[in-house]
Design a protein around this ligand. Structure first.
Ligand SMILES: NC(=O)c1ccc[n+]([C@@H]2O[C@H](COP(=O)([O-])OP(=O)(O)OC[C@H]3O[C@@H](n4cnc5c(N)ncnc54)[C@H](O)[C@@H]3O)[C@@H](O)[C@H]2O)c1
Length: 369
């Protein structure tokens, strides 16, 4: 059995999720290549050393040494968005496979450079659009493809959280244009990837991006927030379906509301990531006294659920979605590309939509893709 050396950059929220997922994948699946935790890097060397010991990495170092290490064959990048491009480009130039967190980059130009470099390097590349790994979303996509919902008429999507809801909440890297891209980049990118996953390409869009809280406290005093707090988009899909998307990081009470409603000529499907084991399905034509939404509950009839638990109703969580993403990555590294996963090309498509949304909002017009 071949091992593959993993180098992980970043020890924040996502760094920990990646470390868990590599370990969890080992015990959940029969894999063609086994992850070996070689090196962990962070801007804070003491934290890197501590996390390396706690999470089972052989050593800690800075990110440049990590990429140069011949034992590291896959570089996982979980740093702030600004650092995705330089780190991924360096890793690709060194011929390493890359697993980068979303969004792919801060600007479309950088994203294009990354996509082209990945293509030229010919290595496995993946981006962290983990929500798409949910077997219930796979089921939704299968139901749509099988015509169970009929011809799709509309897609309503929302991704809202409230971690920036307090107007006095601190200014962070997420508030700077040069470092990130606001709620649209942070949350909306997941929603854009989901809309493409379920309904296919978008033909045109019209967007309104808005900064509700113009200043936030920073150690140097109040600082101007440069990015959007919320965005509202209208979409026209190539299929002819219409869409309306909302994203916000201000919405008090919403913790991980990645939700959608797909309406077709024969029924409606709805989903909310806060109840990620449930898909709700309304089929038109039922006897009126029986008509209503049915709740389909995830269980071992779905192989990606069964991999974790043999019993129905016990429920998958966020970290299992990350583990499924890592499984898809390791399968691709073993030469099997038959699993759902977002590569740099598809992540670039998402960046193209986000870029079009910014243009639309700035210029007050519809943008054709
Ligand atoms: N896929 C998802 O569901 C999901 C969820 C949250 C965040 N993210 C993405 O993950 C990325 C990180 O977000 P986070 O919430 O984990 O942020 P975070 O602030 O919690 O962690 C960022 C980490 O990067 C490290 N870092 C910064 N500069 C560095 C450098 N020069 N060298 C090495 N390490 C450095 C920081 O020390 C920190 O450990 C972002 O791109 C974000 O969009 C994805």
């Amino acid at each position: 059995m071949r091992n593959i050396g993993i180098g992980l950059i970043g020890t924040g929220f996502m760094g920990h999720a990646h470390a868990l997922a590599f370990q969890h994948a080992l015990s959940s699946f029969t894999l063609p290549v086994l992850p070996r935790l070689v090196a962990l890097a962070d801007a804070d060397p003491a934290r890197a050393a501590r996390c390396a010991a706690d999470w089972g990495f052989a050593k800690s170092c800075d990110w440049e040494s990590l990429i140069a290490d011949p034992q590291v064959e896959l570089v996982a990048i979980t740093t702030p968005n600004l650092l995705h491009a330089p780190m991924a480009l360096a890793a690709l130039a060194a011929g390493k496979a890359v697993y980068c967190e979303k969004p792919l980059a801060v600007t479309l130009e950088e994203a294009t450079q990354m996509r082209d470099a990945a293509r030229a390097a010919g290595v496995v590349n993946r981006v962290g659009y983990n929500y798409l790994q949910n077997p219930m979303l796979g089921l939704a996509r299968d139901l749509i493809a099988a015509g169970e919902v009929g011809e799709i008429v509309s897609f309503n999507g929302e991704f809202s959280e409230d971690f920036m809801g307090d107007p006095q909440g601190a200014f962070t890297w997420r508030c700077e244009t040069g470092q990130a891209g606001g709620a649209l980049a942070d949350l909306g990118s997941h929603l854009l990837s989901l809309s493409r996953f379920l309904l296919g390409p978008v033909e045109a869009l019209c967007a309104d991006l808005h900064t509700a809280h113009g200043q936030r406290p920073h150690q140097s005093g109040l600082r101007a927030v440069e990015v959007d707090d919320q965005a509202h988009l209208l979409l026209r899909f190539a299929s002819g379906a219409r869409g309306a998307l909302t994203t916000s990081w201000l919405k008090h009470g919403r913790k991980n509301r990645l939700a959608f409603e797909v309406c077709g000529t024969r029924g409606t499907l709805t989903f909310d990531q806060e109840r990620l084991n449930e898909l709700r399905f309304y089929q038109a034509g039922e006897r009126p006294e029986l008509a209503g939404f049915r709740t389909l509950l995830a269980g071992p009839q779905l192989p990606d659920y069964a991999a974790f638990c043999p019993a129905p109703g016990h429920q998958l969580g966020y970290n299992e979605l990350k583990t499924l993403e890592v499984r898809s990555l390791l399968e691709a590294l073993g030469g099997n590309s038959g699993y759902t996963g977002v590569d740099f090309q598809e992540a670039w498509e998402v960046e193209r939509l986000a870029h079009a949304a910014r243009t639309s909002s700035r210029e007050g017009r519809w943008v054709r893709l």
